[in-house]
Design a protein around this ligand. Structure first.
Ligand code: CP
Length: 307
């Protein structure tokens, strides 16, 4: 039963509960009009303490396409946060006006803390360098639409695996499935955090390799998940400049990829995928962004207990 629940971390839901969300998302993709009045009379609040394009707009579009309404802020200084209001007081107040809320915050754990103060469902839209569970919903719906299932696949992750919260959430989710293997491509300084290696990969006996080149591995991958180097999480600009262009996927490198190696990216991108790759049918990052809207429609419907 997902009604009234929070989604803060991929471990908040069971495999069966995620299955319910994906099954509904596939139904929405097939027949979106059927759902266009499902949330009439309901309000979604978006509280974005950090910039966003896809997550905020796709949540808002999802609610509007379900026939609901939206309120919120994309710039916290336009709210009473600028006067020093605490997260606890802000979220309690928002609960007076909305039925479900979405929060992005630069501090890891902030959405979890906020969720303790309210009864309405609260969704983590990204907390610092920690987790981004609805990007994982987006990624999994995309993987299922391209290949049918997530099991028995080789996933390459490339770029900033240290600060990339989308990578952390997706690896956490995929580690519950059979036959998955990871190729982790990054400079040494941007490797996956130790706690994910120890508490997720090693605990679940997931085979993985940590490497510093992409070309030798691209041919065997089912998916190559590219990521941006997260400038906003670096302590100094020099390190960012040294590392930011280490991996650039261009048309020449795509020749090393398999015929059905799909390229995903949570976006936004900076330089890590050359625009010349966009027309390649294996480049699926804009379809991925669209899937984010469908799967967020399914999530809203489930958390509100409408489906
Ligand atoms: N993928 C993602 O979270 O994008 P935004 O930062 O634009 O929301």
């Amino acid at each position: 039963m997902l009604k009234g629940r929070n989604l803060i971390d991929p471990s908040d839901f069971t495999r069966e509960e995620f299955r319910e969300i994906f099954d509904l998302a596939h139904q929405i993709v097939a027949n979106p009009e059927k759902f266009n009045k499902s949330c009439e009379g309901k309000i979604l609040a978006t509280l974005f303490y950090e910039p966003s394009t896809r997550t905020r707009f796709s949540f808002e579009s999802a609610m509007l396409r379900l026939g609901g309404q939206i309120i919120g802020f994309s710039e916290p200084n336009s709210s009473s946060v600028a006067k020093g209001e605490s997260i606890a007081d802000t979220i309690r107040t928002i609960e007076c006006y909305a039925d479900v809320a979405v929060m992005r915050h630069p501090k890891e754990g902030a959405p979890r803390v906020a969720s303790r103060y309210v009864k309405m469902p609260l969704i983590n839209a990204g907390d610092g360098g920690h987790q981004h569970p609805t990007q994982t919903l987006t990624d999994i719906l995309t993987i299922e639409r391209l290949k049918g299932s997530v099991e028995n696949r080789i996933y390459g992750f490339c770029g900033d695996l240290k600060f990339g919260r989308t990578v952390h959430s997706l690896i956490k989710f995929l580690s519950n499935y059979e036959g998955v293997r990871f190729i982790l491509i990054s400079p040494e300084e941007l490797r996956l955090p130790e706690y994910i290696r120890e508490e997720i990969l090693k605990k679940h006996h997931i085979p993985f390799q940590e490497v510093e080149k992409m070309e030798p591995y691209m041919g065997e991958l089912d998916f190559l998940y590219m990521t941006r180097v997260q400038r906003e999480r670096f302590f100094n600009e020099e390190d960012y400049i040294r590392l930011k262009d280490r991996f650039i996927l261009d048309r020449e490198k795509m020749q090393h990829a398999g015929k059905e190696t799909y390229i995903l990216h949570p976006l936004p991108r900076v330089n890590e995928i050359s625009p010349e790759v966009d027309d390649d049918p294996r480049a699926q990052y804009f379809s991925q962004a669209k899937n984010g809207m469908y799967v967020r429609m399914a999530l809203i419907l489930k958390l509100l207990g409408i489906y």
